[in-house]
Design a protein around this ligand. Structure first.
Ligand code: COI
Length: 343
């Protein structure tokens, strides 16, 4: 708490500006000023963390994360409002999701309040990197990893929780234009009983090959199908998927192989509040042929229209739910959902 207060005061006096091209931000790393680091040993609590200058970290070659992939990450964003204040979007949801992931990966995890305070401290310490209103956002990347040394397969004896941030613009180079997705039936992102439902680092390494092959054929990204029947939509490499037919919005049900996206959940709530029928269910790949609209959701992508089998781009439903959500996230409309946290 004290750290956050000190940083909040510092924000008023620190006038130093960042010299970057805010109009051309993509989704790549811009090193910022500080990262947040805290550690804990198995069976203990995370002690108070600290802000350090952003930079490389030291890890044992034998650490759990490097050898056995014992690692999770999160992603959330901070937006600068027109009045200069900063808005975080549902950070407690990320805090709860990483706890579920930590349980699956046999890792200790900071409690919700400690996670949210750490995010606030990191954002405030790097506030000069938050793009001006309307120019993008500050992407916040919390990591939880087994940093202690192991040799035999076992949970690591020590864990590191780290947060770094980077200013970002659109995730896909298409911006808000439709992305072109390749449906992939042979390489799978997740399997029942596996880790598809949590944000473990291995889920993302596992799709790189399919993604590279799709890019080589000029597709933007890959839409994966379920690994058993090879028939039902799961998700895209970096985001969830929705289809719209006759004003009914459907998305694959989260049953262990699909990441429970915070943007996914928020879009469903926004759509329901606007009178749309929203279904979470099995969606057969054939339904793409008939869909009026397809769109993807995620923290990084926000809402991105998809182009599949000729359904034509940015449809009215995708546009409506996107505008409602982004305006709320950027503080342009009143947050009637109570989702934003103002710093
Ligand atoms: C996010 O949207 O925050 C993600 O974690 C996806 C990542 C590949 C950028």
């Amino acid at each position: 708490m004290e750290l956050v207060q000190k940083l909040s005061n510092a924000r008023d006096v620190q006038k130093e500006l960042v010299d970057i091209d805010w109009d051309n931000l993509g989704f790549s790393l811009t090193p910022t000023d500080y990262m947040y680091v805290m550690k804990c040993c198995r069976g203990e609590h995370f002690s108070d963390g600290e802000l350090r200058r952003f930079g490389n970290i030291e890890l044992s070659p034998s650490s759990g994360v490097l050898n056995y992939g014992q690692g999770l990450y999160e992603g959330l964003k901070a937006y600068r409002k027109k009045d200069g204040n900063i808005l975080l979007f549902r950070p407690e949801e990320n805090a709860m999701r990483i706890q579920r992931g930590a349980d699956r990966m046999c890792m200790p995890c900071p409690p919700v309040q400690q996670f949210v305070e750490a995010v606030k401290a990191t954002v405030l310490a790097n506030h000069r990197w938050i793009p001006p209103a309307g120019k993008g956002s500050l992407y916040i990347r919390p990591l939880l990893m087994g940093s202690g040394a192991v040799l035999g397969l076992a949970p690591a004896p020590e864990y590191t929780f780290l947060i770094y941030v980077s200013p970002v613009g659109n995730y896909f180079k298409e911006g808000l234009a439709p992305i072109n997705l390749l449906v992939e039936a042979e390489i799978h992102r997740a399997t029942p009983g596996g880790t598809g439902g949590i944000k473990c680092i291995g889920n993302y390494a596992a799709v790189l090959k399919a993604q590279a092959a799709a890019k080589a054929k000029d597709f933007t990204d890959v839409l994966y199908l379920d690994s058993i029947r090879k028939k039902y939509l799961e998700e895209v490499s970096s985001c969830n998927v929705f289809v719209v037919k006759d004003n009914v919005i459907s998305t694959p049900a989260v049953e262990g192989t699909i990441l429970p996206g915070i943007t996914r959940k928020s879009i469903m709530d926004v759509a329901r509040s606007q009178g749309f029928k929203v279904e979470e269910r099995l969606i057969a790949v054939d339904e793409l042929l008939e869909a009026d609209e397809v769109f993807c959701t995620g923290t990084a992508v926000v809402v991105s229209p998809g182009e599949l089998y000729g359904n034509n781009g940015v449809g009215p439903v995708s546009q409506q739910v996107y505008s409602t959500l982004i305006n709320l996230q950027m503080g342009l409309t009143e947050d009637t959902m109570g989702w934003t946290l103002e710093l």
